[in-house]
Design a protein around this ligand. Sequence first.
Ligand SMILES: [Zn+2]
Length: 219
Amino acid sequence: MRVAEAGGGLVVGEDGLKRCSWGASHDDYRAYHDLEWGRAVHGETWLFERITLEAFQSGLAWITILRKRENFRAAFLDFDAEKVAAFGEDDVARLLADAGIVRNRAKIDAAVRNARAVLEVRSSVEGGLDALIWSFAPAKPAPAPRRIGDVPATTPESAALAKALKRHGFAFVGPTTAYAAMQACGLVNDHFAGCHARAAAGAGAAAKKITRGAADGRR
Ligand SMILES: [Zn+2]
C-alpha cells in the first residue's frame, strides 16, 4: 500500500494506543496496520503474495485489495508459485470472470508471469525469492518518519530491487511498488515515531515477527 493515500501523523485510538493515522482510518486497516504491515515477512509464498497484491493495487486504494485478499488467495491457490506458474488460458479466463478479485487482464497476466519468475529465482538464486528480496534491505535503518513527508515513495534500494526483479522476469513491479513491498514486508520500518506498532516492525525486529499467518489463522 502507499502510505500517502491516507494522510500522515499519529492518532490516538479509543483503545488509547497511538498509531499511524492510516491505520486508524478503517477497521480493516487497524488489524492490518497493528499486526502485519512492517513486520518481517519471510518465505516464498508470503513474499510472492505480497508482491502480487501490491502489483494489483496499482491505481487502486489498498483497502480495495485488503478487502478482497481472501478472494485473491482462493483465486491464486494460496499463492503457490508452482501452481500459478502452470496457469493457462482457462485459468486466466476464470480469473477474468471472478468478481471477487480485480479483473484486470494485464495484472492477471503479470501475476502468472511473476509466478514463473519466482520459479526462475528459485533455481538461479541461492535461497530463492526470500534471499533475493531481503538482500535489498538497507544496511542501516532510516530514522523513524514523523510525518508523511518523511516517507519516500522510492529509494535507491527499491529501485535496485525493482531492477533485479525485472531482470528475473517479473512484471508490474517498479520502484514504487517495490518500496511498498519493502515497507509491508519489514525491510524498512515506516511506522511513524511513537506508533505502538513500530517496535515489532522492521528487519531488526525479526525475533518478534508474526507473519500474516499468525494474524489471520493461516500457518
Ligand atoms: Zn504505525
